[in-house]
Design a protein around this ligand. Sequence first.
Ligand code: CMP
Length: 131
Amino acid sequence: MIKPDAVEAGHIGAILEKINASGFKIVAMKLTQLSQRDAETFYAVHKERPFFGELVEFMTRGPIVAAVLEKENAVEDFRTLIGATNPADAAEGTIRKMYAKSVGENAVHGSDSDENAEIESNFHFAGREQF
Ligand code: CMP
């Protein structure tokens, strides 16, 4: 996902360009907005965390881009491309270093495993109402 902060700031094009230049194939993509229920469902694993309310509020405040990317070793390579969750810790040249504002407003989300990539792809493209 390209998150609301990066969409608001006009970074969709630059981020997609970096994704393409890094060898990812975009196999599905849409501009959409998450409802409160969508965001709570997507981030359910974090529901006990102190930042959960803030995360849901942020993720619902404006449009996001949801995309499914394909590449050998996609999960790991995408996480390298986006950089650390906190942009202060992200390596030079990573998407979060370039475009993220803070640990909360961190520009992009990448799946953390093949299994979660499938769940998250289905969430966005097989119909969120099933979740
Ligand atoms: P993401 O990779 O989308 O997965 C969970 C998100 O929770 C993470 O990116 C951050 O946007 C958010 N997050 C993680 N830690 C914090 C924190 N300490 N404060 C606010 N948001 C956080």
